[in-house]
Design a protein around this ligand. Structure first.
Ligand SMILES: Nc1nc2c(ncn2[C@@H]2O[C@H](COP(=O)(O)OP(=O)(O)OP(=O)(O)O)[C@@H](O)[C@H]2O)c(=O)[nH]1
Ligand SMILES: [Mg+2]
Ligand SMILES: [Zn+2]
Length: 294
């Protein structure tokens, strides 16, 4: 008889799934899945057959995915929490914009959390000024003093989410402050040592009320997918409304005359810092695009 569940961890060919009955099962992938090159991912919803007694059971099918990522290898992620620090380390805003683009490409909603506001109250206001026009929600919080955590928690209710951002911004501290002390989380991080390398695994932490936190490394080393440079502006929502009004089509909104994006910039409807980073990413893409056959 088949059951339904969600994969929360995978180690060495074994998968751990939380069944709809609340029980954790140890499973292996059926040969059929391997033959079809369907590799189960952490976050996959599955149909499975529980094992008898102490035997492991079998994953029969992967249910349709909303999305899946290759690096980190996870499926069905709703929200990416781009985490910045208001103090140290200094926020990498270009990484923030790369992560926003990556989210949008993968049908994930990006939100920005500015942590450590106990050490700097001005910075979240700057961030909000840059992103309110881009319609990206900004959450000023402190994992230390717990301020702002309730608002963030209610935005995450029932969703599957992951924290991304530089080392030291407070991702683990936030998971702990949000869910740790109330015993809503299990193991925050799993480490497996293989000789000199320490590999951190992806896992999914199921939360009360149906949501789940992905605990995964690997969101911070990010190159944009190669795309035609003229497609970049579609990932900057505050540019979009007037795109067709530029004199040239396509317009890269760089130094073309009669550019409506430059006009909106002058009118203060686009943040200068966001525009500057757009130009930085545009240059990078142009170079990679021109060298794409090398
Ligand atoms: N003042 C202050 N310090 C914080 C806050 N949140 C975290 N920290 C400190 O920042 C440091 C880094 O926090 P972590 O939670 O380990 O950061 P991380 O993002 O998980 O880092 P990696 O695991 O290396 O990617 C720790 O010393 C924390 O105590 C906060 O809200 N305020
Ligand atoms: Mg951490
Ligand atoms: Zn233009």
């Amino acid at each position: 008889m088949s059951a339904r569940g969600r994969i929360i961890k995978g180690i060495g060919g074994f998968y751990y799934a939380l069944g709809d009955d609340g029980i954790t099962y140890t499973l292996k992938a059926q040969g059929k899945l391997r033959r079809q090159h369907q590799k189960p991912l952490v976050g996959d919803y599955i149909a499975f057959e529980p094992g008898r007694g102490t035997e492991e059971g079998w994953i029969l099918n992967l249910l349709p995915r909303k999305n899946f990522l290759v690096r980190p290898p996870v499926a069905n992620l709703d929200i990416l929490i781009i985490t910045l620090s208001a103090s140290f380390p200094q926020a990498d805003m270009l990484l923030c914009d790369r992560l926003i683009i990556f989210s949008k490409q993968n049908n994930i909603v990006p939100i920005i959390v500015v942590n450590k506001v106990d050490e700097n109250r001005a910075f979240p206001l700057t961030v909000n000024d840059q992103y309110s026009l881009a319609k990206i929600d900004v959450y000023p919080v402190s994992a230390k003093t717990r301020e702002g955590l309730e608002r963030l928690k209610s935005a995450l209710g029932g969703k599957s989410f992951a924290f991304a951002g530089q080392s030291g911004v407070g991702k683990s501290s936030l998971i702990n402050s949000l869910y740790g002390e109330t015993q809503e989380v299990g193991n925050i991080s799993e480490k497996i040592s293989r000789g000199k390398n320490t590999t951190r695994l992806c896992s999914l932490i199921p939360l009360k009320g149906g949501g789940a936190a992905f605990d995964t490394p690997g969101f911070s080393l990010l190159d944009l997918d190669l795309m035609e440079p003229e497609l970049l502006s579609a990932f900057f929502p505050e540019f979009e409304t007037t795109l067709h009004e530029c004199r040239f089509s396509p317009c890269l909104h760089d130094s073309e005359p009669g550019c409506s994006v430059k006009e909106r910039l002058r009118e203060g409807l686009i943040a200068q810092a966001r525009y500057d980073r757009y130009i930085t990413l545009l240059k990078e893409l142009k170079e990679r695009w021109n060298n794409r056959y090398d």
